[in-house]
Design a protein around this ligand. Sequence first.
Ligand SMILES: [Zn+2]
Length: 370
Amino acid sequence: MESKLYPMKFLPLYKNVVWGGNRIKELGFDYSPLPNCGELWCLSSVEGRESVVENGFLADNNLSEILEIYMGDIVGERNYEHFGNTFPVLLKLIDSADRLSVQVHPDDRLARERGMENGKTEMWYVLQADEGSEIVDGFTHSMTADDYQKVLSLGKLESILHVEHPQPGDCFFIPAGRVHALGKGLMVAEIQQTSDCTYRIYDYNRPDANGKLRQLHTAEALAALDFSEVKDGRTPYNYQKNSTVCLADNSHFTVSLVALDKPMRKNFTKLDSFVVYLCVEGLAAVRSMGTVVPIHAGECVLVPAVADEVELYNEGDAKLLEIYVDPDKWEDDGHSHIHDFDWLAEFVGSPSQCDCDVHHNLCDNPDCNQ
Ligand SMILES: [Zn+2]
């Protein structure tokens, strides 16, 4: 069947926030009359804040609307079965002129217990970092929930937060449950599960524009937090031009850095997923299905799953993040697995807990649900 789809570009969504800066303007975006832009939403299907197609005959339709029509042709058959009309990832550019609150996101299991669709695992790729800028990424040492609560009640949370000093090109993977915060003077690309759930733990006792302290979610955060130690949160990778360098590869998203100084051709015949290219430096163009879409830093192109080949072009040095969701990665994801078989419980009751202590793949007991 011949598909009418093509690589799509989306209109930017701007959000001004108390900690937002004005660096996004320097990339060529005009968010006037907003006084600043802390968040540029590059690609979103979050309800009420859906990205709208900018090019081609689907222009003016939003991401959720086109998913409803083209389904698996856009995101991949298995992704569509799993995520429906919610696009699996949310992509933003963040510009922090001031530090963001210290926060945590729930994982999928906790989010679903609390009536939400997804938890939030995320990652940051650093585009710009002022000298001395900081990122909070995990705790300095592992502790119990009690230890944590004691420190928090004494107002000494900052003393147990692990701090990193990011450089442009650094990448930080923040699994759901990890305490984190962006410091000031940073511009990062943020790749995350589609979810708007954030539990704010600490806000540096800073009043908002109305002179009030922002609400904290101390109790909600407690059950979401992972109290283990983080030694070095930076993702190690070997920078290499004109190749696809993996930065993150898990059940939520696969993200690679593609730094180009010459064109590249890629084949995705075997991948049952969309592919998004988010430009983080320079000028580039994405060509697929007979359409060429130019992008600059902060812009992205969504290549539908039905496309087999993609050609990438650069003007000088360009850097792109390549993002997709590989359904094969769910095999190892206990949450999705359990979720998928929820319907069985209706017929057979909840699976009984097996007391074996081997990994579930190795246990012969048919009732084992470890
Ligand atoms: Zn976050």
